[in-house]
Design a protein around this ligand. Structure first.
Ligand code: ARG
Length: 587
């Protein structure tokens, strides 16, 4: 079942071929897309404007030729020209009804699997050992999971990889802290909190005191060369960190296919650096081993150069320190080799905050120099801010722990449930509150354009009105309540679906477009496109529901409206599930 956009694009291509213009098409087939402003039509194309110039024609003239030739029978009304040469299309009621009828029987809700499925490795969440996951990790975890769910549904093979930070300098700092500053009682009480304290304390000390820095380095060297005491402590640190992280993943319903920490790649680092030296990609510089620009790129594009006082200076990527230790970058280069050669990834996504963008640009440049053709992409995101527009903090001024944020969200959602439906059994109320609270945190994240910073607001996140999880869940719950009142399973057929009211048409068109939206999420890795779609659908549903009685209507309106409610219900549930949100059946 082709979408309206695909059908129109196809018919447009045929018309252009009939006009003898198929070769005038630019790089790709001109497409027909959903109209931004639906007052003038449902779909729109700028094909005439894009093609007129090379053909030496006036765009409006070409548009009218296209309209003349284009066969739109059974699909839309006579197209119209607007402005400098846009063509607008309004889908006819029968075509909408036919597609709704198809959707009622389609588990995939009209969404086809990708024509060329890929093996996609998504590196996300990736917390660090000895540090509890904080709210900064929320963006990576939730965006990465949504992309994994969407890609899987579209037929790609996904490897969800939690690339734990479990190696390098910070490990030596925690080991040193453990051996010199451990508070046993605090550790017994809250192990991860005590590990974090030790790490922060020692990091500060070693930043200012070279003697302590040297001792930390020695601890790292001992760990990396297999000292049994360090190794067993390190394993304990990992276990403590991961058991906290896993509690959170369980609550968020997030799964990984592999959890290979940075340490996994350690055996590859030494030979990798030797290879880079032999290949002439890396060179010695002041005792360290670095990769410098080879000046193949424009300086502006070259992440191995930096501009200072109008001059381009080297900004090398270091792969081995003077003291022989390896860097974050070295591990990431080795990780690419493993992902490409062993895991056979066609594409690797790094869902990591934008403060690391230079690191990834350098990493990808090194990959290009090494002739790695696998597509590498930094799916970057901004910061979460507090009301004061500074990075979000707790009242005590510390970075909020993710677990605490989830607890508070659920407590607040519980108050909504108590207000709305106080008669429900206690256990169900708690279950609903958990779903709404977690859903609200996820939705607040996914409804944002990922590249910008956003302000974290409890009030906004849990509001029953607006672009929020509770609003969406409320729409879903409404659709479910209709079906609880229905005695028989509805039977739909093409004859008894008749779209006549404007509110019916609006929601029906929205439902037909679900299949156009989901694949868009992967084009530029933007979950907010799906969130925005669901928000508009929920709005369309609420106004449809207010204007069009369902169960008391006479046929064929009754059957039509039941079909619309049914499809809206399925699309809402499915769309939310791609966002990783599981709505309750009532609230
Ligand atoms: N552990 C790192 C951090 O918390 C993120 C790792 C991202 N992935 C990677 N392959 N570098 O900053």
């Amino acid at each position: 079942m082709a979408t309206f956009s695909e059908q129109l694009t196809q018919r447009l291509a045929t018309a252009l071929a009939d006009l003898g213009h198929e070769n005038a098409q630019q790089k790709s087939l001109p497409s027909v897309t959903a109209a931004a402003d639906t007052r003038f039509g449902d779909y729109q194309t700028n094909a005439a404007m894009a093609m007129a110039k090379p053909l030496g024609l006036n765009p409006r003239e070409l548009a009218s030729q296209i309209i003349e030739k284009m066969d739109v029978s059974g699909l839309c009304e006579t197209p119209e020209i607007a402005g400098p040469g846009f063509i607008n299309f309004r889908i006819c009621a029968q075509a909408i009804a036919a597609r709704i009828n198809n959707l009622t029987g389609d588990e995939r809700l009209g969404i086809k699997t990708a024509l060329s499925p890929k093996r996609l490795l998504i590196d996300f969440s990736s917390p660090n050992v000895a540090k509890p996951m904080h709210i900064g990790h929320i963006r990576s975890t939730i965006i990465g999971d949504c992309l994994a769910r969407t890609a899987r549904f579209l037929g790609h093979e996904v490897i969800a990889d939690n690339h734990i930070g479990d190696w390098g300098t910070p490990m030596g700092q925690v080991l040193y802290g453990w051996k010199n500053h451990l508070n046993e009682a605090d550790f017994a009480d809250n192990p991860i909190r005590e590990l974090l304290r030790l790490y922060q304390l020692v990091k500060q000390q070693s930043d200012t005191d070279p003697a302590i820095a040297a001792q930390c380095l020695e601890e790292t060297v001992q760990l990396q060369s297999g000292n049994p005491e360090n190794l067993s402590l390190w394993k304990e640190f990992i276990e403590i960190t991961m058991s906290g992280a896993e509690d959170i993943y369980r609550r968020l319903n997030i799964h990984f296919d592999t959890t290979l920490g940075e340490s996994f790649y350690d055996p590859h680092l030494k030979p990798l650096v030797e290879k880079l030296l032999k290949e002439g990609i890396a060179e010695e510089s002041d005792g360290a081993i670095c990769i410098f620009s080879n000046n193949e790129l424009e300086p502006k594009q070259d992440p191995l150069l930096v501009q200072r006082d109008g001059e381009w200076l080297p900004a090398p990527c270091m792969v081995r320190k003077k003291d022989g230790g390896f860097n974050y970058a070295t591990t990431d280069i080795a990780t690419i080799d493993y992902r490409v050669n062993e895991q056979k990834a066609d594409e690797i996504l790094y869902v990591v905050d934008d403060r690391q963008s230079l690191h990834f640009r350098q990493l990808f440049e090194v990959a290009r120099r090494r002739k790695i053709s696998t597509s590498l992409r930094h799916v970057a995101f901004g910061k979460i801010l507090g009301d004061d527009r500074k990075p979000f903090k707790t009242r005590e001024g510390t970075v909020p722990a993710l677990g605490d944020v989830l607890n508070e969200a659920v407590d607040r959602a519980r108050r909504i449930v108590d207000e709305k439906n106080s008669s429900l059994p206690e256990e169900e109320k708690q279950e609903i509150a958990e779903k709404i609270g977690i859903g609200a945190v996820k939705y607040a994240e996914l409804s944002q354009a990922r590249s910008s910073d956003y302000v974290f607001s409890w009030e906004k996140m849990l509001a029953l009105q607006g672009n929020t999880a509770p609003y969406m869940i409320n729409a879903y719950v409404r659709t479910r309540s209709i079906f609880r009142k229905l005695e028989t399973t509805p039977q739909y057929s093409l004859e008894n679906i008749v779209i006549s009211e404007e509110a019916e048409r609006i929601i029906a068109m929205k439902l037909c477009q679900y299949a156009e939206v989901v694949p868009q999420v992967l084009v530029d890795y933007r979950p907010n496109l799906l969130a925005t779609y669901l928000y508009e659908l929920a709005q369309n549903f609420h106004s449809f529901y207010e204007q069009c009685p369902v169960l008391s209507a006479s046929e064929p309106a009754r059957c039509t409206r039941i079909a619309l409610c049914d499809t809206a219900s399925k699309v809402l549930r499915h769309g939310l599930s791609l966002l990783g949100i599981c709505p309750p059946e009532r609230m």
